[in-house]
Design a protein around this ligand. Structure first.
Ligand code: GRF
Length: 200
């Protein structure tokens, strides 16, 4: 049965585009029921609109301005996502950390993409952190992982797929970022296929 996805984004949405293309091309038995962004200017919203996918803009600022608890934002986010009855919630470049007020509503159904290998470089600056570690001679490669998000631990949880990405002495942050993104677009689809169809 075709899986329903909710995709949460904050920016460019190139990984969202990879999902859209995989669904369209028949590589993934899924449909995107909704794309949610916490940023109005996220280019991914335009990608979704172009593909005819419903979009929701859910900003954090009004909550902050009103002195409301961050957990209220997460609970409201969960409510709006629930309306679309997704089988999986995919964090594809979603840059806000989610609390249990969101995660507990979708147990073992939230999937995160992170541009580092399991256990390495959690947080928003993983590619830069890996690049600097390489320059200090501490690592020779970095990577990409797709994992479930069972709890509030950041960029951690049962790994569905991971792949190493080499770093070369000739790299700058742009070339490394591009290499990582290329792997992300492939690995995210492979991981979703594993979850949805139970195979490679
Ligand atoms: C990706 O590198 C993802 O791993 C990270 O944010 C980036 C989003 O890229 N969390 P895009 O918006 O999918 O192009």
């Amino acid at each position: 049965m075709t899986a329903k996805l909710a995709v949460l984004i904050s920016g460019n949405g190139s990984n969202l585009q990879a999902i859209i293309d995989a669904c369209r091309g028949g590589f993934l038995d899924a449909e995107i029921a909704v794309v949610v962004s916490n940023r109005k200017a996220a280019y991914g919203l335009q990608r979704a609109e172009k593909a005819g996918i419903p979009t929701v803009y859910h900003p954090l600022k009004p909550y902050k301005d009103a002195g409301r608890d961050r957990r209220e934002y997460d609970a409201d986010l969960a409510r709006l996502v629930e309306e679309y009855k997704p089988d999986l919630v995919v964090l594809a470049g979603w840059m806000l950390i989610l609390s249990s007020d969101f995660l507990d509503r979708f147990p073992y159904r939230v999937v995160n993409l992170h541009p580092a290998l399991p256990g390495q470089f959690p947080g928003a600056h993983a590619i830069q952190d890996a690049f600097e570690a390489f320059q200090r001679g501490e690592i020779k490669e970095t990577g990409v992982m797709v994992h479930l998000v069972p709890d509030e631990a950041v960029d951690a949880g049962p790994v569905i797929a991971s792949e190493a990405v080499p770093i070369y002495p000739s790299d700058d942050i742009e070339t490394l970022t591009k290499r990582i993104h290329n792997v992300e677009h492939r690995l995210l689809i492979r991981a979703l296929r594993r979850l949805i169809e139970g195979d490679e």
